[in-house]
Design a protein around this ligand. Structure first.
Ligand code: SF4
Length: 367
C-alpha cells in the first residue's frame, strides 16, 4: 500500500542496505548499525537507537517501523517448554514454541497460517491452509521469543511449527538469511533446520541458494504407506525425494539429513517397516528421529507402545542406520511437533465443503 511504513524485520542485510540507500540516502554502515539495534539489543523503537543521528532516526520513523506479532496467549509446560499463540491479523493465529534443554534452547517457528499438505496424522493439517507468512512475520517470531525469554538463549531455530516451509520458499529463505547473518541472529548453518514434507523441486533450489540443516518428514518406508500418511508423496515419491536429499548433502557439504518418523501404532511401526527403512538409508548420510505420536482430538491414530518403538530403533541400529527416539516435550500444553493448532480460517475449502486434493491446493508461491 502506498505510504505504508516498511517493516524492517522483513529486510535481510542486503535489502536493508538498499533500503537505507534509496529511501534515506544513507551509507550501508547505517544498515549495519540498525541490525545491531534490532537483533542484538532487541530494540523496536528508533528513538532508543542513540548512536544514530537524530535526523536519521526521524526520517526512519517516517518510512519504516519494527512491528512484531501480538501475543494473545502463553502457556508454560511443567518441563519449561513455552508456547505462544500469536495474532497474525484480525482472525488468524499461529503458534511458536520454545524448548529448553540443558545444552541448548530450540525455537520451533511457523512458516504459514495452517498447512495445505494434508498429512493425515497432523493436527495443523486438520485446520486447512490460509496464507503464507511474510518474511517479517517469520523473523518476528524469533524477535518476540528473544524479548520474552530474556536471559534464556535461543541456540537453534527449527521450521517445525505450522506450515510447509518450502511452500513459502520466497519468504522463508530471506528469513533464514537473517538467522544466519552475524549481524542478525548469528546462528551457524547447523543450528537452523528446515523441515519439509518433501517438495523436491524446492530442495534442489535450496541446495543452490542457502545452506542450512535439512530435515525431512518421511514417516513411511514405502510409497503405498507414505501416499496415505504424507500425500505429497503421490507427486514426489520416496526414490525421487531421497535423490534430492543426497544431492542437497553433496552440494552443501552437509553431514546428514535428519528423517523424521512419527510412530503410529499398527500403521508404520512394524519390524518389517524398520527393515525396509534400513534398506533405504543404509550407507547414506542419514539419521532417523523416531517421534512418539502425540494424540489430538479427532485423530484416528494411536501412539506406538514404548516397546515397539525401542524394537524399531534397535532393528535400525543393528542394520547400520543411526536412529534415536525423540523425547516428548511440552506434552501438557500440546506443544509437540504436528500438534500446533493456531487459529486458521481454511481458504482451501471449496463451496460444497469438500477439500481439494493436497497437491492442487498447495499455495500459489510453490515453485
Ligand atoms: S506434518 Fe508438516 S507438512 Fe504435513 S500437514 Fe502437518 S505441518 Fe503440514
Amino acid at each position: 500500500m502506498a505510504g505504508e511504513r516498511v517493516n524492517l524485520l522483513g529486510l535481510p542485510r542486503a535489502e536493508l542496505e538498499a533500503f537505507v540507500a534509496t529511501r534515506l540516502g544513507a551509507k550501508p554502515f547505517r544498515a549495519r548499525q540498525l541490525m545491531k539495534w534490532i537483533y542484538r539489543r532487541g530494540a523496536a523503537d528508533f528513538a532508543a537507537m542513540t548512536d544514530l543521528a537524530q535526523d536519521f532516526r526521524s526520517q526512519l520513523s517516517e518510512v519504516a517501523r519494527i512491528a512484531v506479532p501480538e501475543i494473545v496467549a502463553e502457556q508454560v509446560s511443567n518441563d519449561g517448554t513455552r508456547k505462544w499463540m500469536l495474532r497474525m491479523d484480525e482472525v488468524q493465529g499461529i503458534e511458536t514454541v520454545y524448548i529448553p534443554e540443558p545444552d541448548r534452547g530450540t525455537l520451533c517457528i511457523s512458516s504459514q497460517v495452517g498447512c495445505a499438505m494434508d498429512c493425515s496424522f497432523c493436527s495443523t493439517a486438520q485446520q486447512g491452509f490460509n496464507r503464507n507468512l511474510s518474511v517479517a512475520e517469520i523473523v518476528g517470531q524469533v524477535w518476540l521469543a528473544h524479548r520474552e525469554l530474556g536471559e534464556a538463549r535461543i541456540t537453534n531455530i527449527v521450521f517445525m511449527g505450522m506450515g510447509e516451509p518450502l511452500a513459502n520458499y520466497r519468504n522463508v529463505v530471506p528469513a533464514m538469511r537473517t538467522f544466519l547473518d552475524d549481524l542478525g541472529y548469528d546462528l551457524s548453518r547447523r543450528r537452523v533446520t528446515l523441515s519439509t514434507s518433501g517438495l523436491v523441486p524446492q530442495i534442489y533450489k535450496l541446495a543452490e541458494e542457502c545452506n542450512v540443516a535439512l530435515a525431512v518428514s518421511l514417516h513411511a518406508p514405502n510409497d503405498e504407506l507414505r501416499n496415505e500418511l504424507v500425500p505429497i508423496n503421490r507427486k514426489h515419491p520416496i526414490a525421487e525425494l531421497l535423490t534430492a536429499c543426497w544431492h542437497y548433502i553433496d552440494m552443501q557439504n552437509g553431514r546428514s539429513v535428519t528423517f523424521e518418523y512419527v510412530m503410529l501404532d499398527g500403521v508404520n511401526d512394524k519390524p518389517e517397516h524398520a527393515r525396509q527403512l534400513a534398506k533405504l538409508l543404509k550407507g547414506r548420510p542419514a539419521k532417523l528421529n523416531l517421534i512418539p505420536f502425540n494424540m489430538f482430538p479427532g485423530t484416528r491414530y494411536r501412539r506406538s507402545p514404548a516397546a515397539a518403538i525401542l524394537k524399531f530403533r534397535d532393528i535400525l541400529n543393528d542394520n547400520g542406520v543411526i536412529a534415536t527416539i525423540r523425547r516428548t516435550r511440552g506434552d501438557d500444553i500440546d506443544a509437540a511437533c504436528g500438534q500446533l493448532a493456531g487459529r486458521v480460517t481454511d481458504r482451501t475449502l471449496v463451496r460444497l465443503g469438500t477439500k481439494l486434493t493436497p497437491v492442487a491446493r498447495a499455495p500459489a508461491e510453490v515453485r
